[in-house]
Design a protein around this ligand. Structure first.
Ligand SMILES: O=c1ccn([C@@H]2O[C@H](COP(=O)(O)OP(=O)(O)O[C@H]3OC[C@@H](O)[C@H](O)[C@H]3O)[C@@H](O)[C@H]2O)c(=O)[nH]1
Length: 348
């Protein structure tokens, strides 16, 4: 009985493992093909996406296609590249299939601020599941390598600290954050299943809290909220209890990590974040010192399932990518304040 079952090789799951990856189209292998790398960035009009696009375009060796539905991203973030011969901007929602010929896909598309991703939770989970399926389908068809920007939110409200990639997390499957947390967890699952079943080259980054110029002023996340509030003379809203912690990574460091991950030989997941850990009250204090010593903060209600602590273990990023963040919070915050001042037209 056991022998018979084992002798039926076509049903053996192991046969579906480690297939060779799909090959690029013949034209790409011809000597007349453009030597530039063709790269799709989904969500490329967003905060992190547009900084990534800058870096890819500045390299001068890439052609970049951005697909964005402009739900939280804006064309303004990309205005310096519009009209450039190596750049193309598509208004496209990743929940619909996309057919383009590319060598690499950076799949970022998804609202990342809790107020944005909770605004239309069904759309958020569709974006994570159908969007990732569509991009994996594209990667399979054209033989592209695909990098998913997953999140530290896959660890939920973590029971291990700091968080290592091996930790499976503590996530509420039915809570108000689940559309994002569970959505990204399914997206990671899809990535690995396409890798195992179809040999797709995958890379997964787990991004921790990131900040920097170009964040939406009313993005709703804590760093942008505090800076905008302090600059406008409003009271900073510290959500209770204020002792919860986050680790904040400056956007240029994060983009370095993404590019190194795409280039390396490891699938990930790899944590990308700055291990410097601060309570939310410490952050409010830092912003007060920087922007306006008379700025005030008040404690307001929090939202359900807010993680109480978060800090990346970046041992893997250090050893595999030779990456670690260079910009400390005290150096990155002033750069963001400068950007917010100029966008808000506040020059005090
Ligand atoms: O005005 C505010 C906003 C937020 N907060 C608090 O600041 C902390 C951080 O909140 P944010 O909204 O900035 O971000 P979160 O850490 O909740 O989620 C983020 O996690 C990592 C990324 O993947 C995403 O960008 C985002 O989901 C929370 O404890 C929140 O309660 C405030 O105290 N005041």
């Amino acid at each position: 009985m056991g022998d018979n079952a084992n002798s039926n090789e076509s049903s053996s799951p192991s046969l579906h493992l480690a297939r060779s990856p799909p090959q690029p189209s013949p034209i790409r292998l011809s000597k007349f093909a453009s030597q530039k790398m063709r790269i799709l960035v989904t969500g490329g009009a967003g905060f992190i996406g547009s900084h990534l696009v800058d870096r890819l375009m500045e390299a001068g060796t890439n052609e970049v296609i951005v697909a964005d539905n402009f739900f939280s991203g804006t064309k303004d973030n990309l205005r310096r590249w519009i009209g450039h011969p190596d750049f193309e901007l598509l208004r496209h929602d990743v929940t619909e299939p996309l057919l383009v010929e590319v060598d690499q896909i950076y799949h970022l598309a998804c609202p990342a601020s809790p107020i944005f991703y909770k605004y239309n939770p069904v759309k958020t989970i569709k974006t994570n599941v159908m969007g990732t399926l569509n991009m994996l389908g594209l990667a399979k068809r054209v033989g592209a390598r695909i990098l998913l920007t997953s999140t530290s939110e896959v660890y939920g409200d973590p029971l291990e600290h700091p968080q290592k990639e091996e930790y499976w997390g503590n996530v509420n499957p039915i809570g108000v954050r689940s559309c994002y947390d569970e959505g990204k967890r399914v997206a990671e699952t899809l990535m690995f299943d396409y890798h195992r079943q179809h040999g797709i080259e995958i890379r997964i980054a787990r991004i921790f809290n990131t900040y920097g110029p170009r964040m939406n002023i009313d993005d709703g996340r804590v760093v942008s909220n505090f800076i905008a509030q302090a600059l406008r003379g409003e009271t900073m809203t510290v959500q209770a209890p204020g002792s919860q912690t986050r680790s904040f990574c400056y956007v240029s460091d994060l983009v370095d990590g993404l590019i190194k991950l795409m280039a390396c030989d490891d699938t990930g997941p790899i944590n990308l974040g700055n291990p410097g850990e601060f309570t939310i009250l410490e952050l409010a204090e830092a912003v007060r010192e920087l922007v306006d010593s008379s700025a005030k903060w008040k404690v307001v209600d929090n939202t359900p399932d807010d993680p109480r602590k978060r800090k990346p273990d970046i041992t893997k990023a250090k050893s595999i990518l030779k990456w670690e963040p260079k910009v400390a919070l005290r150096d990155g915050l002033p750069l963001m304040v400068e950007d917010f001042r100029s966008r808000l037209g506040i020059h005090k």
